[in-house]
Design a protein around this ligand. Structure first.
Ligand SMILES: CC(C)(COP(=O)(O)OP(=O)(O)OC[C@H]1O[C@@H](n2cnc3c(N)ncnc32)[C@H](O)[C@@H]1OP(=O)(O)O)[C@@H](O)C(=O)NCCC(=O)NCCS
Length: 177
């Protein structure tokens, strides 16, 4: 089973105990502000999400990791890889993404998890390119993307919600661990 340990975090597959803490994260409008149309997600929707994350792991051999604080065992959110099916023009790409509960922002956890995911994707999982898709106003994600060394490639509107998005990318040849 794929797990990654960083100095402060454990990135792992999903368990039933993650449903309530992830649904609390998904119920926070500040967390969801720059995702899709900004809607929050309830417990049932979150249960469906976790099911899909696990299916992606089984089918693709990659997915979104549950991110746990090593010190306390708390679930603080997720970071990992997914196919951006919501964006047909990028549906052949593999996207790195992240979402943390608000009380866990501003402590470097997102970058710590994202660095570990990118290293795993390019060096262990054998991918040769990873993209990140951000809302143009999502400064916190743009900051994470910049720290990963990803370059902005193009801007486009979300095909369903019409919100402005930016696609960033990094190729294996440009990657410096
Ligand atoms: C996007 C998101 C994950 C970013 O979280 P974050 O906590 O701001 O990200 P980081 O891990 O980069 O940490 C930010 C700051 O923590 C601070 N920090 C505190 N302690 C730190 C430490 N030990 N190590 C590193 N940074 C630390 C740093 O100042 C850093 O900012 P800087 O890079 O400007 O110096 C978070 O805002 C979020 O979950 N948003 C909602 C979901 C979302 O929008 N997802 C993206 C959809 S594309």
């Amino acid at each position: 089973m794929t797990e990654i340990r960083t100095p402060r975090l454990l990135l792992r597959r999903w368990s039933d105990d993650d449903l309530v803490p992830l649904s609390e994260i998904n119920a926070d409008p500040e967390v969801m502000r720059w995702i899709g149309d900004g809607s929050v997600r309830d417990l049932d929707e979150t249960a469906g999400d976790i099911e899909r994350y696990e299916e992606e792991w089984d089918e693709e051999g990659f997915g979104l990791f549950a991110v746990e604080l090593l010190a306390s065992g708390e679930l603080i959110g997720f970071a990992g890889l997914s196919v951006p099916e919501y964006l047909p023009e990028a549906a052949h790409e593999i996207e790195i993404g992240w979402r943390l509960g608000r009380q866990f922002w501003g402590q470097g956890y997102a970058s710590e998890a994202a660095h570990a995911v990118l290293e795993w994707a390019l060096q262990d999982r054998g991918l040769d390119r990873v993209v990140a898709v951000t809302h143009l106003s999502d400064a916190a994600s743009e900051n994470v993307v910049a720290k990963l060394g990803m370059e902005a490639e193009r801007e486009l509107d979300h095909p369903v919600f019409g919100v402005p998005l930016r696609v960033h990318a990094i190729d294996l040849t440009e990657y410096q661990a």
